[in-house]
Design a protein around this ligand. Sequence first.
Ligand code: C2E
Ligand code: MG
Ligand code: MG
Ligand code: MG
Length: 287
Amino acid sequence: HAKESGRNTYRFFDEAMNVNALERLHLENGLRHALAQEEFQLFYQPQVDLMSGRIIGVEALLRWFSGVMGGISPARFIPLAEECGLIVPIGEWVLGTACRQAVAWQDAGFPPMPVAVNLSALQFRRSDIVASVAAALAASGLDGRWLELELTESLLMQSGPDVSATLARLKALGVRLSIDDFGTGYSSLAYLKRFPVDRLKVDQSFVRDLTDDPDDATIVRAIIQLGHSLHLEVIAEGTETPEQMAFLLREGCSAAQGYLFSPPLPADAVTGLLEAGSLPATPIRPL
Ligand code: C2E
Ligand code: MG
Ligand code: MG
Ligand code: MG
């Protein structure tokens, strides 16, 4: 009997695997044509100064609208694009598009602000990321100081001994470097000393339960203090409520992004927000 149920378990497992494999195949095939079919779009999420409500930067977030499969979340297709190496050409498209958009906003007369681009570990290792970034800046005419590259802790830990040299060459282009999802990766903080990082992005998982979970509150407070002690900027991701915003202000973190202010939006919608000057959704202003 046990043998039989064992076999059933295996069969069930196999079928589940086949469904996944089939779905993967569809997604991967779709991804291979997505660039040529112009199915990608960059959305931009405003980053806000909590004191003034002003937009101080934006993060570029990739969207895939597949003709066949409809909208597909980055959480599903980015890992796949990394596994099959497509993240390299896709990442170059993201860099080029974000730089051109940053120039377009400056040309339209808005005060310059950094546009942040997420880099994947594979992109960092496999491609000549320094050449890609330099090419995107040159082709668009964007000054490097208005491009921010978001790196993850695991990227910084995994990429081997030349990671320092690569980061130094990126900094020589004038770009800003930030650490995304800070606090969720490796607990070694030594790299903060070694690497020329400009900003920490407090992971949204800590911000989410900030006002209910004292442990999360402690972690966010600690990250803010750590960042400031090391003369790094700190921004809180995933800020959704006025209570979270009040906590951040009280703890000295004056920058945030999240649904409280704006979701990621198409470029022209962000242009509308820039024209308005500041985001209305700042319900709390310190005296
Ligand atoms: P991330 O870089 O940490 O981006 C933040 C994610 O949180 C985004 O999800 C954003 O839409 C979402 N978000 C923003 N505000 C809130 C909020 O208030 N509450 C909640 N619950 N979520 C919020 P998205 O756009 O689905 O992207 C997911 C991840 O996919 C990103 O996480 C990033 O790691 C990756 N990704 C997105 N675009 C790119 C890209 O162009 N290149 C690479 N390599 N990765 C990308
Ligand atoms: Mg990010
Ligand atoms: Mg993040
Ligand atoms: Mg992430």
